[in-house]
Ligand binder design. Structure first.
Ligand code: B12
Ligand code: SF4
Length: 448
């Protein structure tokens, strides 16, 4: 069967498309099915999508969804289905943890709960041969009872490499995924919930063997010339022996500059030097809040501010660029906590940082907490997860408090860019400074 995977872009077009469908598509191809890809930028409406579907003639549409993509996708799929009659299966974090809400929306026929490779294959085989869908594991068909799950795929090495034509990778950048699962209990995190979903099945966390990862990179190299590798694992630095061995082998066999995501609790000074030697140019750390109270009591991340200070300093000293992510507007947060976050952002002197207004993702601990406390509005299902405005009614913060601090973060970032441009690029006038700073940051994002 021919399966067409749609990537529903939100207001901001991400450089890389979702990794989940690239895994599922590769698995379907291995088993004799055809996998196609259509990116749906904001300029493309339901008529355009329906036209493409008519010309490609798929037997099934596959849509991967985060919560952020949901608001656009629900409207788009409803309208597309009014124009063409092709069944739709959706998977990913949002459908897995809000399956009934998704199935209640016209246009969606099936939700894939959890990992999608074997489930999608079973669904496609059944649709092709006319076998019943009811009773299938992981696939929740509209109007049916919640299905049981199959265990997580035992060894990630036995999966085919991602179907890279579905990733839409520009500028010689390669995206890699070496593991699934994260052992930390962060209360705001959607990824963490896969562990809970698979409770009773043994270990959900799995990592590919180093050789399997190197083989994939070698295969990519044989086909095109990559310039930069981005490891999109939640926390690349969890398993120290694996990372140490990776640094040795990657540095020798691949040697391309690369970027990872890490938690400050999982790195040390020595490891950062090993990573730098292997080619690591960039680490993104989740700092999230500058308030120890919020990190400990609300986020379940009892790490001290001194640890952030040390790790950011070690990273710089190792010659690696550090960026940081922050969240604003968490439950029980006060203006004082927001100020502490802003102060820490200033103090850490990251090369760059991102800041998001907190949105509670379905299935997470903080989603349930907000629901119990009455912080979520009744129409939360219709509210966009745009990460600039809060959808919550919080007793400790008003919307204007959150907006005020969001703007302070924006100002801090602009000031940081200007200072850096002045220091490193020798630009003088404000316009020149900003232009040079933007070019500098864009170049850094590509080359490290
Ligand atoms: C890589 C990544 C990105 C990449 C690529 C996006 C992507 N969707 O892959 C980039 C950098 C673009 C990105 C951006 C953002 N991300 Co992000 N990202 C991740 C990350 C770290 C890994 C995703 C991944 O590759 N997983 C590996 C694959 C194999 O797993 P998977 O996606 O779950 O897919 C499997 C199943 O779910 C299923 N499946 C998935 N799709 C489909 C489709 C079909 C048809 C079927 C049958 C099955 C199926 O099968 C797959 C294989 O088994 C996750 C954390 C995580 N561990 O999931 C966060 C995560 C998905 N991101 C998140 C967020 C919040 C964002 C941003 C909103 C950040 C921001 N604040 O701006 C943006 C929004 C992106 C968007 N398009 O909406 C949240 C989403 C929470 C939620 N409930 O929506 C997560 C869970 C992080 C977190 N800690 O909470 N992200
Ligand atoms: S460390 Fe990152 S991926 Fe892991 S649970 Fe916390 S937020 Fe989620």
């Amino acid at each position: 069967m021919k399966v067409l995977f749609l990537e529903v872009d939100t207001e901001r077009e991400w450089a890389v498309a979702s990794l989940g469908p690239a895994f599922v598509a590769a698995f379907l191809r291995r088993h004799g099915h055809e996998s196609l890809f259509l990116r749906v930028p904001l300029t493309m409406n339901a008529d355009h999508v329906a036209d493409r579907i008519r010309s490609l003639e798929p037997g099934l549409l596959g849509v991967s969804l985060t919560t952020r993509q949901w608001q656009r996708a629900r409207k788009l799929i409803r309208e597309v289905r009014q124009r063409v009659d092709v069944p739709v299966v959706t998977g990913g974090l949002h459908p897995t943890f809000a399956p009934q809400e998704v199935l209640a929306n016209p246009g969606f026929d099936y939700v894939c709960l959890g990992e999608g490779e074997e489930a999608a294959l079973e669904l496609v085989d059944a649709l092709e041969s006319g076998r019943p869908i009811a009773g299938m594991r992981n696939i929740w068909a509209r109007g049916e009872a919640r299905p049981p799950l199959r265990p997580p795929f035992p060894s990630l090495d036995d999966l085919p490499f991602m179907a890279r034509d579905l990733l839409d990778e520009p500028n010689g950048v390669v995206h890699m995924s070496t593991q699934r699962g994260c052992p930390f209990p962060c209360t705001y995190c959607g990824a963490r919930k896969f562990h809970d979903l698979y409770e009773g099945f043994g270990q959900y966390g799995r990592r590919r063997s180093l050789q399997n990862v190197l083989d994939e990179l070698a295969q990519i190299r044989a086909r095109r010339e990559p310039h930069y590798v981005i490891f999109l694992d939640d926390t690349f630095t969890i398993n120290h022996p694996w990372v140490k061995e990776f640094c040795r082998a990657y540095g020798k066999d691949i040697g391309l500059p690369f970027w990872i995501h890490a938690r400050v609790e999982t790195v040390n000074e020595r490891m950062l030097h090993q990573l730098a030697e292997a080619g690591c140019r960039h680490v993104t750390y989740g700092v999230e809040s500058g308030s120890y109270r919020i990190r400990k009591e609300v986020m379940r991340r009892p790490v001290k501010n001194d640890r952030f200070r040390d790790v950011f300093r070690w990273t710089r000293e190792a010659g690696i660029t550090a960026t940081a992510n922050y969240m604003l507007g968490l439950p029980e947060e006060t203006r004082d906590d927001l100020q502490q976050t802003l102060d820490l952002a200033e103090e850490l002197e990251a090369f760059d940082f991102a800041y998001f207004v907190f949105y509670p993702y379905p299935g997470t601990h903080l989603f349930n907490y907000c629901l119990d406390k009455g912080y979520l509005p009744a129409d939360y299902l219709d509210r966009e997860a745009n990460h600039r405005e809060s959808i919550l009614s919080l007793p400790t913060l008003t919307q204007s408090d959150i907006t005020e601090y969001y703007e302070k973060f924006t100002k801090l970032r602009e000031r940081m860019y200007e200072d850096r441009a002045r220091q490193h690029l020798g630009a003088d006038t404000p316009v020149e400074v900003l232009r040079a700073a933007t070019a500098h940051v864009q170049a850094a994002a590509i080359t490290g």
